[in-house]
Design a protein around this ligand. Structure first.
Ligand SMILES: [Mn+2]
Length: 163
C-alpha cells in the first residue's frame, strides 16, 4: 500500500501541518497544492518523506512550478493550485481542463474548502486548508489517499479536532 497525504493553503502557518504528521503515520508522499508562502523548506524539514509542491496565488517570487503531473500507479495525477480555474466558484472549469489533459486525478486547493469526489471517471481532490479553513465548522482539513497493491485507490477527508 502507498499512502499519500494531500494538503494545501498552509500560508506559512505550519503548526497544523506538524499536528497532521503526528496523527498520520507511514506516509510515502505528500502533495501540497499551493499557498506555501516561502516555507517549503520548513515543511520539508518536518516531513520524513518527499513533498511535491505547486505554487499558489500567494506564492510571489516562488520558484515552485505552477503545475505538476505525475503517475500514481495507473492513475495520471495533475496538481495545480486552482485559482486560474476559478475553483472558488465551482469545479467545472478545473474538471474540464483535467479531462482535456487526460488526468485521472486532479489535486487542487485555493478555495480552502475540502472536496473529494469522483465524477465522469475523474477524481477531484481539494484538501481544504490546514491554516485558514472556510467550510462550515472551519476545522483544518487534509486528505489521505491510499493506493492498494491491486491498483485501486481509496480516500478520505480528515479534520483536525484539536489544534
Ligand atoms: Mn490560499
Amino acid at each position: 500500500m502507498y499512502k499519500v497525504l494531500i494538503v494545501s493553503d498552509t500560508h506559512g502557518r505550519n503548526n497544523n501541518f506538524y499536528l497532521t504528521l503526528q496523527q498520520e503515520k507511514d506516509i510515502d508522499l505528500i502533495v501540497h497544492c499551493g499557498d506555501v508562502e516561502a516555507t517549503e523548506d520548513v515543511l520539508q524539514s518536518i516531513a520524513e518523506c518527499p513533498i511535491k509542491f505547486v505554487s499558489g496565488n500567494n506564492d510571489f517570487f516562488s520558484n515552485l512550478p505552477r503545475d505538476l503531473e505525475f503517475e500514481l500507479g495507473k492513475y495520471k495525477v495533475w496538481v495545480t493550485h486552482g485559482h486560474q480555474y476559478l475553483v472558488s466558484m465551482g469545479y467545472q472549469n478545473i474538471k474540464e481542463e483535467a479531462i482535456d489533459r487526460g488526468a485521472d486525478i486532479v489535486m487542487f486547493g485555493h478555495s480552502h474548502k475540502p472536496l473529494a469526489i469522483e465524477e465522469d471517471g475523474l477524481f477531484l481532490f481539494n484538501p481544504g486548508s490546514l491554516s485558514y479553513p472556510r467550510q462550515e465548522g472551519r476545522h483544518p482539513s487534509y486528505i489521505t489517499l491510499y493506493l492498494y497493491d491491486d491498483g485501486h485507490i481509496s480516500y478520505k477527508i480528515n479534520y483536525l479536532e484539536e489544534y
